[in-house]
Design a protein around this ligand. Sequence first.
Ligand code: FES
Ligand code: FES
Length: 169
Amino acid sequence: MLFTDNPTIHKIELTVNNNLITQSIPTHLRLLDFLRNELNLTGAKEVCAEGECGACTVIMDGKIVNSCLVFAVEANGSEITTIEGIGKESELSDLQKAFVDHHSVQCGYCIPGMILAGEQLLKDNPTASEEEIKQGISGNICRCTGYTKIIDAVSSLTTKTQRHEEEQK
Ligand code: FES
Ligand code: FES
């Protein structure tokens, strides 16, 4: 991070969805606001603003974080993935397709965070059990679905489930 002539403004450089971004920002700017307001990446949502709901989840250097609790200056030098970096409407990721196939989405407000938590979980633990999936998404609150269909969607992509389905054919 570079200091500028103004001590409350910092120049940061980070990678967001594989794009290198260099920008001067105020010290107090949260990562959530940087993504939404400066980069127009509005998939991460603000609900609680205190790290409880997971609606603002992004992946930072291979870990899910609540972007409402991270200052943008803390993300200097890091690699960030937001929901916009996961898939497009015409080219959904396997997990996004699984959410559609399992009817895991109702209002959709929690879904960007849920998908990112699920993507990282499957990357870290491709054989995750149902309990491990519950643990993996425990920081993400959904007020609509009752979680079952979300867990089913993530579970459908674990190697254990896929192996079992292969054996049934
Ligand atoms: S808005 Fe960040 S955890 Fe709720
Ligand atoms: S789908 Fe509405 S909050 Fe999760």
